[in-house]
Each structure stands twice: as C-alpha cells, then as structure tokens.
Design a protein around this ligand. Structure first.
Ligand code: 8YV
Length: 326
C-alpha cells in the first residue's frame, strides 16, 4: 500500500524528516522557501496531511482547493493560522502543540521583562555606539522587578509558568486577567489574584501579555488601555502580533505614557512598524520565545506524532476539532 503524502512547510531538524519518512512520502522544504498563497494552496492540494508552523493560512479558500487534505498539524501552540470551523466543515483535522514549549516560553517572557525593565539592550547599544566614557549615578535607571507588581493578561499554561517564576523566584505580587477565573488550586500555586483588565493595567508595574490571538483579542492593548498604565510601567508581548496596537504603543513609548516595552511579536511580522523602530525604550526580538533546540525539536515531534497517530490509528494527541474524528 502506498504511504500517505505529507508536506512539511518549512525547514525542520533532519531527525524530524527521518522519523516522518518511516510512515509517509514526505515533501520537505529544507531550503526554507516562503510560498505565496497560490503556491502554498497548490502544494497543499497535492498532499493528505501537512506539518505546519503556525503561520500558513488554512481557511475556507485554501480548503476548497484541497479536497484530498485530511489533517494539518501545527508545531506551534497558537493556531490563529487555522480557521477551525472551516476545517471542521471540510472534515480536516486540526492539531496544535501545547505543553512542550510552556517552560521555555515562560523563561523567555521573564527574560524579556528583565531586559526591558532594566534597560539591558539600551545599555548594550550605548556601548556599541562608542558613547560610554564615564559612569553616572542615574545611568540607565530602570524599574525594580523583584517585589514589584506583575499583571498577566491571559492565564493559560504559559501565563501560569510566568506567574510561578514571578511569585516564587522574585517575590512579586501577581495580578491576572483571563476569560475565566482559575481554580483556587491554580491561583494558590502561582499566588495570583484575579482582577479586571482595568484594575490590572492601573496597578501593575509590569504587564505581560500571553493571551491567544482571536478576533475578540485584537488590540487587547490599544490607546485607551495604555492610558490606564503607570508612566513607569513596562509592557511585554510574547503572545501574538495584533494583540497590541503597535502604532498606539509607539506613541505611548515616545510620549512617556509608559516607560518601556519588550516585544517578541508584531502586527504584520516579519515587518516591524517603523514607529516602533524609532523608540529607544523598547527591546525587540524576532518571535523566538520558544526557540531552544530541544523545545523546537519537541514541538516538531508533537506535530509529527499527531500525523502518525492520525494515519495509523485514526486518532491524534492534541486535537482542536475532535468532532472530525468522532
Ligand atoms: C512558534 C509560537 O515558534 O507556539 C507558538 O504559538 O508562537 C511559537 O512558539 C511559532 O508560532 C512558529 O511559527
């Protein structure tokens, strides 16, 4: 019997391809080309399954052109590239890769908070420009992290992992806002207090965004929200571009409405809004919060195992639309 045909949409570690090749006829993209929508749709239409990176659109228009397709397995935990209801209508299984990246991403979120609050890259850039010629008492004075108040918007697995670091490692007060309140057990574990978004923004010294992207979450932080924050506050976004209104943020950073921002994700990335690039009180990273070799390999393996389980046993490990399997 011929093997199912799957496509791996971008460069992956070779061991992932070796593993997949035991079960599938694999089309890889080890030259890491970025296909346009037509190219992507045409290629996807020639396969039974896809290992996707969380950025390729799988929507009504794409699905209509891919009648052979049965499953798309994201290696990311975020799945805003999928139109899940459309996938369900087309009987295409959708999976993501939760858990495997939680601690690594929380480490990064905390690192970005530290770098932003303590102005680490501003200091580095100053040295690189050759401007450092004497020490000053108020040199790159930043904001305290230990003992301060952290507000987390989006209290899923990654939010809770950041809260644990903050409460237990740095003695921070943790406030959170989420669609639903956590169980008493989870609140106690990360010593976190549920508050409204407005209260969180007004009280927090540092705000970290870990909310998944959805239409409802678009511009969770815009001009009105930035206006509620303390002028000394730090904003960190490791969630998705579009959760923050980048233009409003650039204005708030330039006018001193808030002190600093750390951004790993951007509206329209890999493009970054030029107004943000003009701000010195900002730390920018290119969507790398989960990027360690072990974690990225683990994420790819979760996606690979979803594809294998689906084609060999008719089930998956981390379904987003289990009704398709039923
Ligand atoms: C991924 C992420 O690296 O898992 C997610 O949702 O944002 C990252 O960890 C990214 O989505 C890959 O495209």
């Amino acid at each position: 019997m011929s093997k199912p045909k799957i496509i791996v949409t971008r460069h992956v570690y070779p061991e992932v391809l070796t593993y997949l090749a035991r079960h599938f006829e694999v089309t890889d993209n080890q030259t890491d080309q970025v296909w346009d929508l037509n190219g992507w749709t045409t290629l996807l239409g020639q396969h039974d399954g896809a290992l996707t990176m969380g950025i390729e659109p799988v929507n009504e228009q794409v699905l209509a052109a891919c009648p052979q397709l049965r499953i798309c397995a994201n290696l990311s935990v975020g799945y805003n590239n999928f139109d899940v209801p459309a996938m369900t209508r087309h009987k295409v299984v959708a999976t993501n890769a939760p858990d495997v990246l939680t601690e690594t991403t929380a480490d990064f979120g905390f690192g970005l908070l530290m770098a932003t609050a303590r102005r680490i890259t501003e200091g580095e850039n100053y040295i690189r420009r050759g401007e450092w010629n004497k020490w000053r008492l108020d040199f790159f004075c930043g904001a305290e992290v230990h003992g301060s108040t952290l507000g987390i918007i989006g209290m899923g697995r990654i939010g809770r992992a950041i809260a644990r670091r903050a409460a237990h490692g740095f003695g921070m007060q943790v406030l959170y806002h989420n669609r639903s309140r956590l169980s008493a057990e989870h609140e106690a574990e990360c010593k976190a207090r549920y508050v409204s978004k407005a209260e969180l923004l007004a009280q927090a010294d540092h705000v970290v965004l870990v909310v998944p992207y959805s239409k409802e979450a678009h511009h969770t932080i815009g001009a009105a929200e930035l206006a509620l924050m303390k002028p000394t506050a730090t904003l960190v976004n490791i969630a998705r571009g579009g959760i923050v209104d980048d233009v409003a943020l650039a204005k708030a950073l330039q006018s001193g409405q808030i002190a600093a921002a750390g951004l790993d994700v951007f509206e329209g990335e890999p493009k970054v809004h030029p107004d943000l690039l003009q701000c010195s009180n900002i730390v920018l990273t290119p969507h790398i919060a989960s990027s360690t070799r072990a974690t990225r390999l683990g994420m790819a393996m979760v996606a690979a195992n979803n594809l294998i389980a689906f084609f060999t046993e008719g089930k998956v490990l981390t379904p987003l639309n289990p009704e398709v399997l039923a």
